[in-house]
Design a protein around this ligand. Structure first.
Ligand code: SF4
Length: 67
């Protein structure tokens, strides 16, 4: 089942833990206060990595949802 990343911008503080765990999907912006999604849909082989990035976010700002 394909999954996509959902970002709650109100919760993200740009800590960048997600970027360090999954740099192909997450990149903190130049101001350092918000993450940008580089891809929304997650490839099958990347699901575990992106899930770990979501789990690693201390603000619970990102999650995976079925498409
Ligand atoms: S780890 Fe969470 S709070 Fe930090 S940049 Fe990523 S989504 Fe935002």
């Amino acid at each position: 089942m394909a999954k996509k990343i959902v970002l709650d911008q109100a919760k993200c503080t740009g800590l960048g833990i997600c970027e360090s765990l999954s740099p192909a999907y997450f990149e903190v912006n130049e101001d350092g206060d918000m993450v940008q999604l580089l891809q929304i849909e997650v490839a099958e082989g990347d699901l575990q990595e992106v899930q770990e990035a979501c789990d690693g976010c201390p603000n619970e700002a990102i999650r995976l949802e079925e498409v």
